[in-house]
Write a protein that binds this ligand. Structure first.
Ligand code: CTP
Length: 404
């Protein structure tokens, strides 16, 4: 729902700036309150008055606006926004945002805001394809911004290629989708696990694994953004904890299992992105083991947390990090662990797996269905998983109305 939302529309200097006016008009008609922020070069293409006339609100054009006392400052604007959309976004604006430049009103507004950011690029095809732009877009997407694909066709300059600003209707649709997603886990409790566990050998050493926690943190972050109450049960992480989630730090697999058991009581879904150690030393040495010719560790198996939750009625999502026979192994895990979905990935493939910001995953369902996804950021993978969970929860309510 766009009605009642506060949207900041950033306009940068492109011949397509006039389409920004059409976009502002459609958003106002849909019931949003729209604050426009223009870069200095946008003003060479279009007058701030055009936006003011349509939105009925002051237009922010300067970082230090001494003349218009009715303009709200960039910090307040950024903070109050439910969403920031930049249309058109030039290559220069994309570069400035990717690098956190805050020396104009638009850069400062975006930097001061934690609202979702939607970017609708418009530029010459060779600028869109330039290595610098490709990297800047990757940086923004990795941070969670939605960067739309520009359209293909004839540009104002006469060039033909990819670089046209998406049509205002498409941008309005993308905004509406973003708001819908934001709402769809409202009132739900989602438990997410992230990172590897550590099994103590002696007071200073442990058995661990390469899990960075990025995938689980991305799921927790997106679930929170979509309105869920999130409990994030995690081992040591190589990334910062997301804001607004209940974080429970654990060390060993058995500690993780205990924390999960108590958290899932009120939850509708569990996403097991953690890599719990499968084995632990049968005994933990009380003192540091001294250097000697050889040391033998006797390992005993840890509980399979997911498999032991077979009777829990919420939606269960497991991961399968594999190095070979990915689909076959994932299918075996769907059955053995009795989960609703296995997110499988080949960790030996470039761009996938431990420590990366991207993942190419395949969804494997209990009925044998397999769905391959392209290489995406972990945030985008997280959103895909959450879309499936939302669908499964809705289905469950139809089939068993009192089961959640
Ligand atoms: N998992 C779990 N408890 C464990 C180990 C793993 O619940 N002790 C979960 C993981 O969080 C993941 C899924 O099970 O969601 C699959 O993990 P994976 O390590 O691939 O599976 P294993 O059963 O340990 O199989 P493998 O022999 O391939 O290691």
């Amino acid at each position: 729902m766009i009605a009642g939302r506060r949207i900041v529309l950033g306009v940068s200097g492109s011949i397509a700036a006039f389409k920004g006016v059409a976009l502002a008009s459609q958003l106002v008609k849909a019931g949003a309150s729209v604050d426009v922020v223009m870069t200095p070069s946008a003003r060479r293409f279009i007058a701030p008055l055009s936006f003011r006339a349509i939105t009925g609100r002051p237009v922010l054009t300067e970082l230090w606006d001494e003349e218009s006392s009715d303009a709200i400052g960039h910090v307040a604007l950024g903070r109050a926004a439910d969403l920031i959309v930049i249309a058109p976004a030039t290559a220069a604006t994309i570069a400035r945002l990717a690098h956190g430049m805050a020396d104009d009103a638009l850069g400062a507004t975006v930097l001061a805001s934690s609202a979702p950011l939607l970017i609708a690029p418009a530029m010459e095809p060779h600028m869109w394809a330039a290595a610098a732009t490709v990297e800047n877009v990757t940086i923004l997407r990795r941070r969670g911004a939605i960067v739309m694909e520009p359209g293909e066709g004839r540009l104002a300059s006469g060039q033909i290629g990819r670089g046209r600003l998406p049509e205002p209707e498409e941008i309005v649709d993308a905004i509406a989708r973003e708001f819908e997603r934001e709402q769809d886990l409202m009132g739900r409790h989602v438990v997410v696990t992230a990172g590897g566990t550590r099994e103590a050998i002696d007071p200073v050493r442990f058995i661990g694994n390469r899990s960075s926690g990025k995938m689980g943190v991305a799921v927790a972050e997106q679930a929170r953004r979509r309105g869920a109450r999130v409990t994030l049960i995690h081992g040591p992480l190589q990334v910062a904890l997301p804001a607004g989630v209940e974080a429970v730090a654990v060390e060993s697999t058995r500690e993780m299992e205990e924390a999960i058991h108590s958290a899932v009581r009120t939850a509708s879904a569990l996403v097991m992105a953690a890599a719990p150690a499968d084995f632990r030393p049968s005994a933990i040495a009380g003192q540091k083991i001294k250097r000697r010719a050889s040391v033998t560790l006797d390992l005993v198996p840890n509980p399979d947390i997911l498999a032991r939750l077979a009777d829990w009625r919420g939606i269960k999502v497991g991961f399968a990090a594999e190095t070979d026979d990915v689909i076959e192994n994932a299918r075996a895990k769907v059955t053995a662990k009795r989960v609703d979905l296995i997110v499988a990935n080949d960790v030996s493939e470039e761009g996938s797996g431990f420590g990366t910001d991207t993942n190419r995953v395949t969804f494997v369902f209990p009925d044998g269905r397999v769905e391959s996804r392209p290489l995406q950021t972990k945030s985008a993978v997280a959103d895909d998983i959450l879309d499936l969970i939302v669908g499964l929860l809705a289905l469950k309510e139809v089939v068993q109305p009192s089961s959640t």
